[in-house]
Design a protein around this ligand. Structure first.
Ligand SMILES: N[C@@H](CCC[C@H](N)C(=O)O)C(=O)O
Length: 295
C-alpha cells in the first residue's frame, strides 16, 4: 500500500447494516494486501467493517479492463479476513451510493464492473425530505445446482440448496432462526467438495406468504447483519420450494427478505435474472493515519 503522506482517504457506509470501508483508488495505485484489509476491517483496532469496497476505474484494473467499455468503475470487493469475493449485493448498492455522493454519477441507471461481471444499479430519486432514494440492482442470473448439500450446526442438520449468485451459497430452511446458534464459527457444509472456494450459509424461516427471514454466516466475514447476494439466493430457493418458477409461469416472483439489519425486496424475473432493492447509506468520511498504516 502506498498512501499519501497525509494518509489514506476512506469512507464508511452500509446497506441494511452490512458495513464497508470504502477506499477510493481511481487509478488502481494501492497495493491492498489481505493483512491490511483485515487490519482496516478490525472492529476494535481498525475502522471496522464486514468488508472493503475499493473503487477503481475498470480501465486501471487487470481484472476489469475488459468491462471498461460497459462499466467505468470496478468494485474490488474484499471480505473482512482479506479474502477476495466475486460479488457483494449490499456492497454494490453502497458502491453506487458512493459514486453518487462523490458526484461521479447521478440518479438513475449505472453499470458497475465486479468479478462476477457487470451489475446494474438504479438509484431512485431522493425523497422530498432529502432521504436518499433506494437502490435497485439487476443482480444477474441465479444458478440453482442440483447437489445434495447438508448444513450442520452442533447437533442439528438441515438439507440445503446450492445457489450461485456470482458467489456461492448454501440455503437451509429452519423452523427457528435461533437453531443456527451463535454462529461464531462457520457452519459445517457437506460435502465440502461442492464448494471448493468456501461458501456463504443462509438460514431461512417463513414469516408469511412470499415473506421470509434469514440469518447468514458469510465466507470471510462471519455472521453479518445482512447479505444481498444471500437474500437473492434465499428468495430463489424459497420460490422453488413453494413451487414457484417465473420461467414457467411467465410472471415475476416478489419476495420480502428480512435480515437482522433490515429488509430487502427481491424479484426473480421470468428470464431468470434477479433484482434486489434496498437502502445504501454513507455514514462517514475520514483519513487513515499514515503512522498507523506504516506500523
Ligand atoms: N455481504 C455480501 C457478500 C460478500 C461476499 C461474501 N462474503 C463471499 O465471500 O462470497 C452481499 O451483500 O452479497
Amino acid at each position: 500500500m502506498h498512501p499519501t503522506h497525509s494518509g489514506l482517504p476512506f469512507l464508511k457506509g452500509h446497506g441494511t447494516e452490512n458495513d464497508f470501508v470504502i477506499i477510493p483508488d481511481p487509478d488502481g495505485a494501492l497495493e491492498l494486501s489481505a493483512a491490511m484489509v483485515a487490519r482496516l476491517c478490525d472492529r476494535r483496532a481498525g475502522i471496522g467493517g464486514d468488508g472493503i469496497l475499493r473503487v477503481v476505474r475498470s480501465a486501471a484494473h487487470p481484472e476489469a479492463a475488459a468491462m471498461a467499455g460497459e462499466a467505468e468503475w470496478f468494485m474490488d470487493y474484499r471480505n473482512a479476513d482479506g479474502s477476495i469475493a466475486e460479488m457483494c449485493g449490499n456492497g454494490v448498492r453502497v458502491f453506487a451510493r458512493y459514486l453518487q455522493h462523490a458526484g461521479l454519477v447521478g440518479e438513475g441507471d449505472l453499470a458497475v464492473a465486479t468479478r462476477a461481471g457487470v451489475r446494474r444499479p438504479h438509484i431512485a430519486k431522493a425523497d422530498a425530505d432529502g432521504t436518499p432514494g433506494r437502490i435497485t440492482v439487476d443482480m444477474g442470473r441465479a444458478t440453482l445446482h442440483p447437489d445434495q448439500v447438508e448444513v450442520t450446526v452442533g447437533d442439528r442438520r438441515w438439507p440445503a440448496r446450492h445457489v450461485n449468485m456470482g458467489n456461492p451459497h448454501a440455503v437451509a430452511f429452519v423452523d427457528d432462526l435461533r437453531h443456527a446458534g451463535r454462529l461464531l464459527d462457520a457452519p459445517e457444509v457437506s460435502p465440502a467438495s461442492v464448494y471448493p472456494e468456501g461458501v456463504n450459509v443462509e438460514f431461512v424461516t417463513d414469516r408469511g406468504p412470499r415473506h421470509v427471514a434469514m440469518r447468514v454466516h458469510e465466507r470471510g466475514s462471519g455472521e453479518t447483519r445482512s447479505c444481498g447476494t444471500g437474500a437473492c439466493a434465499v428468495a430463489v430457493a424459497t420460490a422453488r420450494r413453494d413451487g414457484v418458477d417465473p420461467a414457467v409461469t411467465g410472471e415475476p416472483a416478489d419476495y420480502t427478505v428480512d435480515l437482522p439489519g433490515g429488509r430487502l425486496l427481491i424479484t426473480e424475473r421470468p428470464d431468470g435474472t434477479v433484482e434486489m432493492t434496498g437502502p445504501a447509506v454513507i455514514v462517514a468520511e475520514g483519513v487513515v493515519d499514515p503512522a498507523w498504516l506504516g506500523r
